[in-house]
Design a protein around this ligand. Structure first.
Ligand code: AMP
Length: 216
């Protein structure tokens, strides 16, 4: 199974993807995480992507598709995989279908209002060391600014500041929302209410996946 998490930035794709990954054993592949790793390591891809990401734009299709092509060729993807934040354009959707054409597919579109998204992302903090995710109101760490899991420093992603979030949402509406119609026409589109607690969102998504014959 190829599980595609559509949803706007901040709709909860990462959290849901992790839960589905634990339940199914399918790896979660986040192109945002792969790109941030490339930026941290200063690779050619990272150097190319850094400024675009900071501004809230989209990294070019060939670069991102190359990362996904390499990742889904790994043996742990044989039984299935979860794409988080990919595809973000119609060209990317076509690319993954060409790379792995026989794979059954389900597209979970996490629907959350834009006001909720801005509040979620503006308060989101990430552990620099282990990547754990917190929120200053909804999931505060015990000592402020320190990760409960590993003691690492918590930081705001540079692209989570309110102004950049608005640009990311604009890009989402323009480039990514057209995928909804595409997947609807293909018959793989499944909207999921992304509001509320992560457990509730997970149960809704698990219900949809079970209906697709995906064992959780
Ligand atoms: P994310 O962590 O998914 O919110 O991604 C963070 C940033 O990485 C995005 O705002 C884009 O700049 C870039 N990015 C991630 N995935 C893609 C993609 N599929 N296509 C183009 N750019 C991407």
């Amino acid at each position: 199974m190829r599980v595609i998490l559509l949803g706007a930035p901040g709709s909860g794709k990462g959290t849901l993807g992790e839960r589905i990954s634990r339940a199914t054993g399918f790896p979660r592949i986040s192109t945002g995480d792969l790109l941030r790793k490339a930026v941290r390591e200063g690779t050619p891809v990272g150097r190319k992507a850094e400024a675009v990401m900071k501004a809230g734009g989209l990294v070019d299709d060939a670069t991102v598709t190359g990362l996904v092509r390499d990742r889904i060729a790994a043996p742990d993807c044989l039984g299935g995989y979860i794409l988080d934040g990919f595809p973000r354009t119609v060209a990317q959707a076509e690319a993954v279908e060409a790379i792995d054409p026989a794979r059954p597919e389900v597209v979970l579109d996490l629907l959350v209002s834009e006001d909720v998204i801005v509040a979620r992302l503006d308060g989101r903090r990430i552990c620099e060391a282990c990547g754990d995710v917190y929120h200053i109101v909804n999931k505060p760490p015990k000592p402020p600014s320190v990760c409960d899991a590993c003691g690492g420093d918590l930081v705001q992603r540079p692209d989570d500041a309110a102004a950049t979030v608005r640009e990311r949402l604009r890009v989402y509406r323009e480039a990514t929302a057209p995928l909804q119609a595409r997947y609807r026409a293909k018959g793989t589109y499944r909207p999921v209410d992304g509001d509320g607690f992560p457990e509730d969102v997970y149960s809704r998504a698990a219900g949809v996946l079970a209906g697709e014959g995906c064992r959780l």
